[in-house]
Design a protein around this ligand. Structure first.
Ligand SMILES: Nc1nc2c(c(=O)[nH]1)N[C@H]1C(S)=C(S)[C@@H](COP(=O)(O)OP(=O)(O)OC[C@H]3O[C@@H](n4cnc5c(N)ncnc54)[C@H](O)[C@@H]3O)O[C@H]1N2
Ligand code: MOO
Length: 395
């Protein structure tokens, strides 16, 4: 079985085929989930001035324990410009600019006010600067807020907005076309006179697996196991990545490879030392990367996890596209592994992982129950209860 490509080698070859997409400038809401092509540099400091972090009174710490005369009021967006002298205070609200001359906040729960007269009604601020957010506490104009190559999470979108940016330079979205092939397949929910017709779940599963990535997915539907039909489907597909599912293996009706080659595509590699997912192929058709995933649903899921999602992440701009593995403890023993890298459907219970008893690559109910995949290296020896194993967690 030496003709099977090791998983890590296949990933390297796939990423080598995949050009990084071009950059574009987009409004902030459209940048969410994309990878930055240029760093985000703060255009302003945050906070822009010293602000109160509580509702209360801005005072001079040296004036404690009071009393004070309330000289004015400062609210967020409506600062008090008048001076606050010794023995004076200003009413402040959360987010308000601290008036000049004040340095600490007396929270209103510890104050008693009668007209313009304010007296201490509690402990008062225990230190100078209490409940004041200093100018530039979060960041300062000119700081690099987010490096190029980072992904724009919701928090980073807010950071860029607060840093003064209304648009960002990001890598463009990718177009992904997905087609399923198989004469037995019908669209999910479709009625058929054929009791053996199989509702096609892989396309929608794959599209759902990409829902958090910056892609526009086109579902090309079901293509019969016919060379001409597949050739036509390949020729018409307009995408950065063309994904097929089914027809990748060695049977007489597995026509993805010959169809791709017949329309001028090239195969970069076919068949990987992986279980499930062995017949996966990767190639190119014009500028598009073609990923031929197996038809078995679990094989399609595992190869999409290890190849399709990372391919998109790499093309969209990340330097670190592979799914993370973490160490977990075995709840049950595992047998020795053979020459294929295994991704066992497993569940976590009381912090320990146990593989599902049947690992058939057609079994969606088992996959749907699993919360992780246990990774077993080729030729891994038997593992015992309590041993550490590497897992990929499933969302
Ligand atoms: N003689 C050999 N036979 C097989 C080999 C092999 O090495 N030698 N490899 C096996 C492995 S491993 C896999 S995985 C499968 C996958 O083969 P294909 O990619 O050609 O998939 P199909 O034959 O088209 O379908 C397999 C299975 O999955 C069902 N299917 C297909 N598409 C869908 C879909 N979109 N949604 C739901 N289910 C789908 C299909 O009905 C079949 O039951 O090949 C082994 N054979
Ligand atoms: O390896 Mo296949 O992928 O048995 O299902």
């Amino acid at each position: 079985m030496s003709s099977l490509l090791p998983v890590a080698d296949a990933q390297v070859r796939l990423f080598a085929m995949a050009p990084r997409v071009a950059a574009e400038t987009v409004p902030l809401p459209q940048a969410a989930g994309r990878w930055l092509a240029e760093p985000v540099v703060a255009r302003r400091s945050q906070p822009a001035a010293d602000l109160s972090s509580m509702d209360g009174y801005a005072i001079r710490f040296a004036d404690l324990p009071g009393p004070w005369r309330v000289a004015g009021e400062s609210a967020a967006g409506r600062p008090f410009f008048g001076p606050v002298g010794p023995g004076e205070a200003a009413r402040v609200f959360t987010g308000a600019t601290m008036p000049a001359g004040t340095d600490s906040v007396l929270v209103q729960e510890e104050a008693s006010r009668n007209g313009d007269t304010l007296i201490l009604a509690g402990q008062g601020p225990p230190r100078l600067g209490m409940s004041v957010r200093r100018q530039g506490l979060d960041f300062t104009a000119g700081d690099t807020l987010i490096a190029a190559g980072e992904r724009l999470t919701p928090a980073r979108i807010a950071l860029a907005a607060t840093g003064g940016h209304g648009e960002l330079v990001v890598n463009r979205r990718l177009r992904v076309a997905i087609l399923a092939t198989g004469d037995e397949l019908i669209a999910p929910g479709a009625m058929s006179d054929d009791p053996l017709a199989l509702p096609e779940g892989n396309s929608t599963m794959l599209a759902a697996m990409l829902a958090d990535l910056p892609v526009d997915v086109t579902l090309l539907g079901i293509v019969p196991d016919e060379l001409d039909a597949l050739k036509t489907a390949f020729s018409r597909a307009k995408a950065d990545i063309i994904v097929t599912t089914g027809g990748a293996s060695v049977g007489d009706h597995d026509l993805v490879r010959p169809a791709l080659e017949a329309v001028g595509g090239v195969i970069d590699f076919w068949r990987i030392a992986i279980r499930p997912g062995k017949p996966m192929l990767a190639g190119a058709l014009g500028d598009a990367v073609v990923l031929g995933l197996p038809g078995n649903p679990v094989s399609a899921f595992v190869t999409a996890t290890l190849f399709l999602r990372p391919l998109i992440a790499a093309m969209a701009g990340t330097a670190d596209p592979l799914p993370k593995t973490i160490t977990a403890t075995l709840a049950e023993p595992l047998p020795a592994n053979d020459h294929r890298q295994d991704y066992l459907r497993a569940t976590t219970c009381d912090g320990r992982v146990a593989m599902a008893p049947i690992q058939d690559s057609s079994m969606l109910a088992t996959l749907a129950r699993a919360d992780c995949l246990i990774v077993r290296s080729p030729h891994a020896p038997p593992a015992q209860i309590g041993d550490d194993v590497e897992i990929v967690t499933l969302a």
